[in-house]
Design a protein around this ligand. Structure first.
Ligand SMILES: Cc1ncc(COP(=O)(O)O)c(C=O)c1O
Length: 440
């Protein structure tokens, strides 16, 4: 299909993109179906990254497109405050049913970043409601990614996302990165070793600040955006035990791990840990309309609601929270996930994906490979021109060969669509292999 290309590339400022390089050699996506994008120059690009971890059922799924079309003809928008559409309650119920018992109440946002800021605000509101307003400190983790709001970059631990933006939230500490490239490289799945060394810092922070000042710890169950790093076996369980002992809330940021990426409904279920709050976004409605959410424990919900005799209990929300089109896409997505047993399917494919990923060991510049479920990460030896150069070069080489993947610095993330077949995985990995071999 031909497409009228814009003659002015100046006005649009692209996010998280080298704008000058992009505008010198733009990549225009003009359509998509299933596992493929179509480009303005008539090429077919395999999606090896599920959009950005989010198009978990592939692109333009007819049932989701139809649901959104039907909704936009029926009701385009209704106010998010003091009104609701009936369907939103059904979507919340279906989401809550997928999380461990005790996590019961869903608050909708429009993105993962908003979900993170919402969860942090819920934690503060909860402690204040129960008479511990002194609990205002947060603890994140080195290399964590929690979106781009000021809350998210404060608890996040990726230097470039923080260093340009001043001091952000005060009173935030970070746990160490729970991965040691010297000993953990090329591990398949979870590393088998004692996670305590990575959690001693939490006990030290409790000693330093006193638990009465700490509101919450937030971590991703599997570190996603920094390049797919899997904490050692037992890490999350131990983190849960320590936080509980000190009355500190545990927030799991499930923006990537929610809705099947690990071959289970979410990271909490996969690791058998019940946090107090979980954030989610990405796969919630197959990314057809922006949507995120936070699920809160019964205790947090009751405490916040009971603290207010009348009126608004939680002074927070967005004009587009639970937007009718996002809800319609969400219900359609959740039906497909259940009817097609997508989590079980992803779980069944995971061992094949693991072997395929690790078959890249020995290819040029590959210094590490990691995987869990249908999430895979590669680390490349840095190019003499500087960190990130080789990772970006691989991203470009893969695109030239017809594959979309994601680079962050010199790490590469691969995230197949959850309903992939073995052939799709083989195709992604062979593209990556050929792209690696083409690097100078
Ligand atoms: C764990 C995690 N949290 C939060 C976010 C931010 O989500 P969004 O880009 O929708 O704001 C992301 C995005 O990749 C993420 O991976």
């Amino acid at each position: 299909m031909t497409y009228a290309l814009p003659n002015n590339l100046s006005s649009y400022w692209l996010p998280f993109t080298p704008n000058k390089a992009f505008k010198a050699a733009p990549r225009f996506i003009t359509g998509a179906a299933g596992q493929f994008y179509f480009t303005s120059d008539g090429r077919k690009i395999r999606d090896g990254f599920s959009g950005m971890w989010c198009s978990i059922l592939g692109h333009c799924h007819p049932k989701i497109s139809e649901a959104v079309n039907a909704q936009v003809r029926k009701l385009d928008y209704s106010p998010a405050f003091n009104f609701a559409i009936p369907e939103t309650f059904d979507l919340a119920t279906r989401i809550a049913a997928q999380f461990p018992a005790g996590l019961e109440h869903v608050f909708f946002t429009n993105s993962g970043s908003e979900a993170v800021d919402t969860a942090l605000k819920m934690a503060l509101t909860y402690h204040r409601a129960r008479g511990e307003a002194s609990r205002v400190r947060f603890i994140g983790r080195v290399n964590g990614y929690h979106g781009v709001g000021f809350g998210g970059i404060s608890v996040g631990g990726m230097p470039n996302n923080r260093k340009f933006f001043g001091l952000a939230l005060p009173g935030v500490d970070h746990l160490p990165f729970p991965y040691d490239a010297r000993s953990d490289s090329f591990t398949k799945g979870e590393v088998d070793r004692d996670p305590s060394i990575y959690l001693q810092e939490l006990e030290s922070l409790v000693t330093l600040h006193d638990s009465s000042t700490i509101a919450a710890v937030i971590v991703e169950p599997v570190i996603g955006s920094a390049g797919v790093f899997i904490p050692p076996r037992g890490y999350l369980q131990k983190l849960r035990e320590i936080t509980q002992r000190h009355g500190i809330l545990l927030i799991l940021d499930e923006v990537i791990t929610g809705f099947g990426r690990l071959g289970a409904a979410n990271g909490a279920s996969y690791f058998g840990v019940t946090p107090d709050l979980c954030t989610m976004a990405k796969g919630i409605n197959n990314a057809v309309v922006p949507m995120g959410a936070v699920i809160a424990s019964q205790n947090i919900y009751d405490t916040i609601l009971d603290s207010s005799r009348s009126g608004i209990e939680f002074f927070h929300g967005y004009t587009y929270s639970a937007h009718p089109l996002a809800v319609a896409a969400g219900l359609a997505t959740q039906s497909i996930l259940a009817e097609d047993e997508v989590y079980a399917r992803a779980n069944a494919l995971a061992p094949f994906f693991q072997e395929a990923m690790h078959s890249l060991k020995g290819e040029p510049y590959v210094t590490d490979i990691r995987n869990l479920g249908l999430a895979g990460g590669l680390t490349l030896a840095p190019h003499p021109d500087g960190p990130g150069t080789r990772g970006y070069a691989l991203f470009l080489a893969a695109y030239e060969r017809g594959l979309a993947i994601r680079s962050n610095g010199d790490t590469i993330a691969i995230a197949p669509i959850l309903i992939s077949e073995r052939q799709d995985i083989e195709d992604i990995i062979e593209h990556v292999r050929r792209s690696l071999r083409s690097l100078g």
